[in-house]
Design a protein around this ligand. Structure first.
Ligand SMILES: Cc1cc2nc3c(=O)[nH]c(=O)nc-3n(C[C@H](O)[C@H](O)[C@H](O)COP(=O)(O)OP(=O)(O)OC[C@H]3O[C@@H](n4cnc5c(N)ncnc54)[C@H](O)[C@@H]3O)c2cc1C
Length: 393
C-alpha cells in the first residue's frame, strides 16, 4: 500500500449534524414502510424525495451548481446513517456518484444543463448502465454499440441489472464506440453517454423490471437503434472507461459505508434483543455463544469503517485511492454479512418473522459481496496491482 501524505482521517461520530438530520428523516420511515414497498414491488419515492429535498442526495454537487459542495466522507456518512436506521440507501445512492462523471468530465454546458436540476430534484439521475448479460465483470468486452450518424449516436445492445431505471429521468450509459479489434488497448474505444430515459422510452429503448430476492427496483434494458444526440456524449469519445473508473472509487467507498451502516443496524437490534429475550430464566445475551459472534462482527465493522474513512480521505485529497476503496468495500461487505448472520442467529425463530425486519435486511445486505464489484475481482485487483503478482485472468 502506498503511503499518502496530506489526507486527514476523522475519528468518532464525524459530521454529527448530518447524522442527526438524516436520522430524523429515517425515523419517519419505519420497517412497516419498507415491508409494504416490498409487498408492492414499489420504489421508495417519498423517502427519496425527502432526502433529495433536504439536499442530501446533492451533497457532492458543488455549490455553484446548487449542491452542498461537501466532501465524499460526508456523503458516505449520509448513506451509512440511512442504513444504520433500517432504511435503504441503495435506492438513492447512485445519483451521488454518477453525477461525478458529469462533474469531472462533462462540458460546462452539460454541467449547467444537468447538475442544478439534479440538485433541485427536478431531474433524477439514478440509473447507471454498465453491466451486460453476456460479459458480466469483463466490462471492456461489453457489446452495446454506439455508432455516430451525423448529429446523433445510434445505440444497439443490452444491459442487465440497471437499477432504478424505471425511477430515473436520466441514465449514464457505457457503450463501445470503436470495435475492440481496432483499439490499441481493450480499455480504449468505450464512451459515456447521458441518455434521457423520458424521451427514449418506446423509441429504441425498452426497460423491463427484474424480480430479485430483495426490493431493489433493478431492470434489464434493450437498445434497438436508440438515437442519442451527439451533444450527450460525456467528455471525449473513446475515453469513457477511464471516466467511469474514477467514479467507481467513489462508489465503492460510499457502498463500504452503507455496508458499515447496515452492519451497525444489525448489531444494535441484536444486542437489544439479546438483552431482553429470556430463555432458561436468563437473558440469551448472557451467553458467550450469543455475545461472541456479535462482538467479533462489531470489531470487523470498526476496522472496515476505518478503511472506508481512509479511502474517503484519500479521494477527498485527490490522492490515488483505488486499492483503498476496493479494500474498504471488501472488508465492509464481509463485516456486514457477519453481523447479519450473527443477528439472524440471535433472533432465533423470530429472525424469520418479517415483522422484525432482520430477514429483510439480511437479504438486502448479501448484495455487497457481489455488486458493484464481486469479492473475487477485488482480490484479483489487490493481488495484481498492490502485491505485484501475475494477472490471473
Ligand atoms: C441487485 C443488483 C443490482 C445491480 N445494479 C447494477 C447497476 O445499477 N448498474 C450496473 O451496471 N450493474 C449493476 N449490477 C451488476 C453487478 O455490478 C454485477 O452483477 C457484478 O459486477 C458481477 O457481475 P456478474 O453478475 O456478471 O458476474 P460474473 O462476472 O458472471 O461473475 C460471477 C462470479 O464469478 C466470479 N468471477 C468472474 N471472473 C472471475 C475471475 N477472473 N477470477 C475469479 N472469479 C471470477 C465473480 O467474482 C462472481 O462471483 C447489479 C447487480 C445486482 C445483483
Amino acid at each position: 500500500m502506498m503511503f499518502n501524505a496530506g489526507a486527514t482521517v476523522s475519528l468518532g461520530e464525524d459530521w454529527p449534524d448530518l447524522r442527526d438530520a438524516v436520522a430524523k428523516i429515517c425515523a419517519r420511515y419505519p420497517g412497516a414502510y419498507w415491508r409494504r414497498l416490498e409487498d408492492e414491488h414499489a420504489y421508495p419515492t417519498q423517502f427519496i424525495r425527502e432526502l433529495t429535498e433536504a439536499g442530501f442526495l446533492a451533497a457532492l454537487i458543488p455549490e455553484p451548481y446548487g449542491g452542498g459542495g461537501l466532501p465524499l466522507r460526508a456523503a458516505a456518512v449520509i448513506l451509512e446513517t440511512v442504513n444504520r436506521h433500517g432504511c435503504s440507501a441503495s435506492q438513492g445512492h447512485a445519483q451521488m456518484y454518477i453525477m461525478g462523471t458529469v462533474l469531472r468530465h462533462g462540458s460546462e454546458e452539460q454541467k449547467r444543463a444537468f447538475l442544478p436540476a439534479i440538485a433541485a430534484g427536478t431531474l433524477r439521475l439514478q440509473a447507471f448502465g454498465v453491466t451486460e448479460p453476456t460479459t458480466g465483470s469483463d466490462t471492456t468486452r461489453l457489446k452495446t454499440r454506439a455508432v455516430r450518424a451525423g448529429a446523433h449516436y445510434i445505440i444497439t445492445g443490452q444491459k442487465v441489472w440497471t437499477s432504478r431505471a424505471l425511477h430515473s429521468d436520466l441514465m449514464l450509459l457505457l457503450a463501445r464506440t470503436t470495435p475492440v479489434e481496432q483499439c490499441r488497448r481493450k480499455t480504449d474505444g468505450l464512451s459515456v453517454f447521458m441518455v434521457d430515459i423520458r424521451e427514449s422510452a418506446g423509441h429504441g429503448l425498452e426497460i423491463r423490471p427484474l424480480q430479485t430476492m430483495f426490493n431493489h427496483n433493478t431492470t434489464e434494458i434493450f437498445f434497438d437503434g436508440l438515437k442519442v444526440p451527439a451533444c450527450n456524449l460525456v467528455g471525449e469519445e473513446g475515453k469513457g472507461f477511464s471516466y467511469i473508473l474514477d467514479g467507481l472509487n467513489a462508489e465503492r467507498t460510499m457502498v463500504a459505508s452503507e455496508a458499515v451502516g447496515d452492519g451497525r443496524y444489525f448489531i444494535d437490534i441484536a444486542v437489544r434483543y439479546a438483552n431482553q429475550r429470556v430463555v432458561f430464566d436468563r437473558s440469551i445475551g448472557r451467553n458467550q455463544g450469543v455475545q461472541f459472534p456479535l462482538a467479533r462482527a462489531f470489531a470487523e465493522l470498526e476496522a472496515a469503517d476505518m478503511m472506508a474513512r481512509r479511502a474517503a480521505a484519500l479521494f477527498d485529497a485527490c490522492k490515488p485511492c483505488g486499492a483503498d476503496a476496493n479494500l474498504a468495500k471488501l472488508l465492509a461487505s464481509e463485516a456486514c454479512w457477519h453481523a447479519a448472520e450473527a443477528a439472524m442467529q440471535t433472533f432465533g425463530g423470530f429472525g424469520f418473522s418479517r415483522e422484525y425486519d432482520v430477514e429483510r435486511k439480511w437479504r438486502e445486505c448479501r448484495i455487497y459481496q457481489v455488486a458493484p464489484i464481486s469479492t473475487n475481482l477485488i482480490l484479483s485487483h489487490v493481488a495484481q496491482h498492490v502485491l505485484g503478482m501475475e494477472r490471473s485472468y
